[in-house]
Design a protein around this ligand. Structure first.
Ligand SMILES: [Cu+2]
Length: 350
């Protein structure tokens, strides 16, 4: 008898203990799930940030301010950072409220952002901006579903200070690496290993082939504010301010001598857009920007250079058997051609 009761007691105590544990466990479940979601959100925003810096920053800016007034350099894209808008402006101006707390609004906003990223702004729907007609490339073919989700997530829930800080941090490192490589006797491995540097504003650095300008840039690089002056976008409006750079943006047609040097610029242009060449001429492309660029000619088999990162240079020759005529060249990074990284080789008879 005593043994049975003892056993019963043990079983009951055990059950009570178990169910208590279960209750405690279940009570903690929402928190556990929250943690998981928060972690997922954080990774998504992290990935979204680097995608944004690669594909969107040149038009929408490091703080998502795009073509917002009073922002220098003023870019062409829409304002994605709605935190920066006054509530009245936000109401008047927006297709969707990205920062709303209302789940219905959030749904509308997500769909709107997704739609824009997928389809961009086609040329027949070009927007009129302060600077003329503007366009946005469609990313439907170049980004996968997850990447687009990450970008939507970033724009909806991300922190633009974080994006900005990441962008200026990475730009600073890229600039330091570039300057390191430009010093005589540079050790490539050591330069590449630089992982910390004063932040720099992501804009187009001075041309790499102009030593005077390069040292000027070094003097200025300590102050990120000085950087926007280097930007061709800004140059156009304030041409004389930085006119001594003598960059001659694009229209010159250097030819002869069998070699041509071109720069790829983050303003989504090549330093020369109309180039006259002969078969066998050597073309040297330097990436003077912080984004990745290359150079492709479809008629000659696509990309003629590897994908170049900041400061890298590559050479190729105009095919010996190229018929006289005009050949379009462009940068094959998604969106860059549409953004203006395109030009023409005019091949003359040898
Ligand atoms: Cu490019």
């Amino acid at each position: 008898m005593g043994a049975v009761r003892k056993l019963a007691t043990v079983v009951i105590v055990g059950l009570v203990a178990l169910s208590t544990l279960l209750v405690v466990y279940l009570a903690a479940e929402p928190a556990r799930r929250d943690n998981e979601t928060t972690e997922q959100q954080a990774t998504s925003i992290e990935r979204g940030t680097s995608l944004y810096i690669t594909y969107c920053l040149q038009c929408h800016g490091p703080a998502g301010l795009g073509a917002a007034e009073d922002v220098e350099p003023r870019r062409t894209g829409g304002i994605l950072n709605q935190d920066a808008l006054m509530p009245e402006e936000a109401q008047a101006d927006l297709n969707a409220n990205f920062q709303s707390d209302d789940p219905v609004q959030q749904g509308i906003a997500e769909e709107w952002i997704r739609y824009r990223i997928l389809y961009g702004i086609p040329s027949d729907q070009m927007r009129q901006n302060f600077d003329g007609p503007v366009q946005m490339p469609a990313f439907a073919n170049d980004l996968n579903v997850e990447q687009i989700n990450d970008l939507v997530y970033l724009i909806m829930y991300g922190d633009w200070n974080y994006v900005y800080n990441t962008a200026v941090h990475e730009t600073g490192i890229a600039l330091a690496q570039q300057q390191c490589m430009a010093t005589p006797g540079a050790d490539a491995a050591a330069c590449e290993a630089i992982d910390d540097a004063p932040p720099a504003y992501p804009t187009v650095p001075p041309p790499a082939d102009a030593p005077d300008d390069a040292s000027e840039a070094e003097e200025q690089s300590g102050t990120p504010e000085a950087q926007p002056e280097q930007n061709p976008e800004a140059d156009e409006s304030a041409g004389d301010a930085s006119g001594e750079e003598g960059e001659g943006d694009g229209e010159a047609a250097p030819s002869g001598g069998g070699s041509v040097e071109i720069e790829a610029l983050d303003s989504l242009a090549f330093s020369e857009s109309e180039i006259t060449v002969k078969p066998g001429d050597t073309i040297t492309l330097t990436n003077a920007g912080f984004l990745q660029h290359d150079l492709a000619v479809d008629d000659w088999g696509g990309p003629l250079t590897p994908m170049l990162t900041n400061g890298e240079t590559a050479e190729f020759t105009i095919p010996e058997d190229a018929e006289p005529g005009e050949y379009e060249f462009y940068c094959s990074v998604p969106g860059h051609k549409e953004g203006g990284m395109v030009g023409t080789f005019t091949v003359e008879a040898p």
